[in-house]
Design a protein around this ligand. Structure first.
Ligand code: HEM
Ligand SMILES: *[C@@H]1O[C@H](CO)[C@@H](O)[C@H](O)[C@H]1NC(C)=O
Length: 278
């Protein structure tokens, strides 16, 4: 065997190091995965996890009513600061009965969109155009001079959403799709495809989690949860919301928005909301 050149030796060592690192990361992931799969999820109980209002001078909150409510009830750390990915996943499963794949997907994609892989505080989610987007149903847009969006819901905007309830008592898929169309019609340009998808995904989860079998969300519940960021009395996450449910619901909302958008155009009203790629 001819003697090896120094260059070849370095390459060999580098390859070995890379292989070891990959192995180490894989083993760690598998180990954590096992923990995640076997993590016991405590039963949802509002007696055990009562609503405690946030301290406006200290607690960190986001523009997401779902996560704020989790923190207000202590399913997430009440101060909303520095939670781990494990804590987000656990809280989403306990509070909303999300499947492990959905809870993991939301948590991981949230971190990726923020390019923040360590601890995450709720206020980090307000960073504009990472996850947070314009044309939200529940809060005003980020001011052009600001990096962060408001984390407080707007009663005025929510009134406008809930006014779409066809029967005055519940919100259906059509009602929410109509509310999104109306909100997006405020804009000259549609949202980009990613944020359009996020906006529909949020509505899809609301319908799946609070809508029960028939997909009708009580208006009172929605107001309590979205405006006051508090779990409604009598709510229990009795059915499991999966990743597939969420994607399917989102697609149905897209179709409803398309058909209603067309109808409005026929009636000669300008609608600029029907974004997306096709
Ligand atoms: C790790 C999980 C989650 C993350 C990182 C997250 C993040 C966010 C962010 C950044 C916003 C602001 C978007 C905007 O500008 O409107 C938001 C809004 C919202 N999220 Fe979440 N969220 C999560 C889970 C959930 C879940 C489980 C639900 C369902 C119950 C939900 C429902 C909503 C709703 C209804 C809005 C308001 C949308 C609007 O005002 O138009 N989110 N979320
Ligand atoms: C989640 O939903 C399933 C039914 O799909 C149910 O058996 C389970 O008890 C629910 N979990 C919680 C925490 O409510």
């Amino acid at each position: 065997m001819p003697p090896m050149k120094p260059y070849t030796v370095v390459r060999l060592l580098l390859k070995c190091a890379l292989a070891m690192a990959t192995l180490a990361i894989t083993i760690r992931l598998l180990h954590e995965f096992d923990d995640l799969l076997n993590e016991p999820i405590e039963e949802f109980s509002l007696e055990k996890y009562p609503y405690v209002p946030p301290d406006p001078n200290w607690d960190s909150r986001s523009p997401c009513p779902a996560l704020n409510a989790l923190a207000n009830h202590g399913f997430l750390p009440h101060d909303g600061r520095g939670a781990t990915q494990r804590e987000y996943i656990r809280a989403l499963r306990q509070g909303y009965n999300l499947s492990l794949p959905l809870a993991t997907f939301l948590t991981v994609s949230g971190h990726v969109l923020l390019s923040q892989y360590s601890l995450l505080s709720l206020a980090d989610l307000s960073r504009h155009n990472c996850i947070e987007h314009d044309a939200s149903l529940g809060h005003w847009d980020t001011l052009v001079t600001q990096e962060y969006a408001p984390d407080k819901p707007s009663t005025w905007l929510l009134d406008r959403v809930l006014a779409h309830s066809s029967d005055g008592e519940t919100m259906t898929l059509r009602d929410l799709a109509e509310a999104r169309l109306e909100r997006e019609a405020d804009y000259a340009h549609p949202l980009d495809a990613v944020h359009e998808e996020i906006a529909r995904g949020e509505m899809s989860m609301v319908l799946g989690i609070f809508g029960g079998k028939d997909g009708c969300v009580p208006v009172d519940w929605l107001r309590e949860w979205w405006e006051h960021e508090r779990f409604p009395q009598g709510f229990k996450p009795n059915r499991q919301q999966t990743l597939f449910d969420t994607v399917r619901g989102s697609w149905n909302i897209k179709q409803a928005m398309k058909s209603m958008g067309k109808k409005l155009e026929h009636e000669g009203r300008e609608v600029d909301g029907n974004g997306g790629s096709d």
